[in-house]
Design a protein around this ligand. Structure first.
Ligand code: CP3
Length: 367
């Protein structure tokens, strides 16, 4: 263990660890909204806020491959902090990637610029499954170290940890890279249900372990990204994916940190994604938040959901659309809404437009 993390109380699996430094964020607008407590303003952060659109990100990343950059704690700290400094968002998201735990257990994966994760040898058979061994905290010491550095520096701003959900990770592993139709993934899901179940179960364990490392190091909340699960019909989701995602949520329930569940094009799955165990359901821009609130049911918070492409329109339009999101969220009552985009920040987005949007959401929602 490095010097920076040595003073974080050791956590056990028996009870919720409460690293003293995570406590600093306890009363933040973000965590209050997650707990449905009154907030001074609607909290806002952006998926993929770290990196991509920021010139200062491209500068510090120059010449360093994506996955290597995730293994350098000082660099991870700097990149995670950049959007917090610039935009005054209410939460930081840890700079990493959904394939980092796969790389850490020895899967030959690379992130190709403008393409995404590419897997050298796709997983297609029971024999291939053996390569998906369990993830141990010692496989990702740089994650623990970077979060220790970050929690010190962030003070009252909460840090969101994250991982890829079993379906989305499986889609990369089975296809061998990004895919539009997920045909190999679905062929396995429909045609070899036992192999599929074993695959997503192993991924659930890896994802759970990755989230635990982040929570034990001091993350204040976690988000499970099931980005591509919107390609499934509800019955297939319920039968073939939900048990694995539920296993992930169950495995971190005892920590008591808010758990966010997000996917794209998941209008028909919102109720089930809440049932899988999330405290907060992320919604893309296709479903207004008042409709999403009905689908998800009482007791759960919502995160979202301005269409990212709106940020390319004039400021007045951005503000009108953002106001519509805030208005639709009133269906939730006075709290329980976290403002976000309906998917990630796009690479060519104007960072100033994002900063203006944060200021606008704070002002328009001030209570
Ligand atoms: O602010 C943040 O969210 C930063 C941390 C973060 C990254 N990836 C860094 C990254 C997070 C939360 C992710 C999640 C992620 N990674 C998802 C789920 C979110 C989503 O958008 O739906 C997915 C599907 C991946 C897999 C992945 N990694 C893709 C599709 C890509 C994009 C490829 C490209 O260049 O367009 C990546 C690469 C990646 N991950 C980048 C960043 C900043 C860009 C790489 C670079 O800047 O060189």
């Amino acid at each position: 263990m490095s010097e920076t993390t040595a003073d974080i109380p050791a956590a056990t699996h028996d009870g919720p660890p409460t690293p003293a430094r995570r406590g600093a964020a306890h009363d933040s607008a973000f965590l209050r909204a997650c707990r449905h407590e009154p907030v001074p303003h609607t909290p806002v952060w952006f998926m993929r806020q770290a990196g991509r659109s920021l010139p200062e990100y491209h500068k510090v990343r120059e010449g360093i491959p994506m996955l290597e950059s995730c293994m350098r704690p000082e660099l991870v700290k700097e990149i995670t902090l950049q959007p917090v400094r610039r935009h005054q968002v209410d939460a930081a998201i840890f700079f990493s990637d959904i394939v980092v735990p796969l790389k850490a257990i020895g899967i030959d994966v690379e992130i190709q610029p403008k393409v995404g994760p590419v897997i050298a040898d796709p997983i297609r058979t029971f024999e291939d499954l053996k390569r998906l061994r369990p993830l141990e905290p010692d496989d990702v010491p740089y994650v623990t170290e970077a979060i220790g550095l970050l929690v010190d520096e962030l003070g009252g701003t909460p840090l969101i940890g994250f991982a890829g959900a079993p379906y989305t990770l499986a889609s990369y592993l089975v296809e061998g890279g990004p895919s539009k139709n997920h045909e190999n993934t679905k062929a396995m899901m429909y045609g070899q249900p036992e192999l599929w179940a074993a695959l997503v179960d192993r991924l659930a364990d890896i994802t759970s372990a990755f989230l635990k490392v982040q929570i034990e190091a001091g993350a204040s909340a976690v988000q499970l990204f099931d980005s591509w699960v919107g390609s499934l019909a509800p019955d297939d989701y319920r039968r073939s994916v939900m048990p694995a995602s539920a296993k992930v949520f169950d495995s971190v329930a005892h920590y008591g940190v808010p758990r966010i569940h997000f996917g794209v094009g998941t209008g028909e799955l919102l109720g089930l994604m809440g049932q899988a165990g999330a405290d907060i359901v992320g919604v893309d821009w296709r479903v207004p938040l008042n409709v999403a609130a009905e689908r998800v049911g009482p007791g759960k918070g919502l995160q979202g959901n301005l269409d990212p492409a709106v940020l390319f329109a004039p400021t007045k339009v951005v503000e009108t659309k953002a106001r519509e999101v805030l208005h639709a969220a009133q269906a939730l009552g006075t709290s329980g809404h976290i403002f976000n985009l309906g998917h990630g920040v796009l690479p060519n987005m104007d960072p100033d437009a994002l900063s203006r949007l944060v200021a606008f959401v704070h002002e328009a929602s001030a209570r």
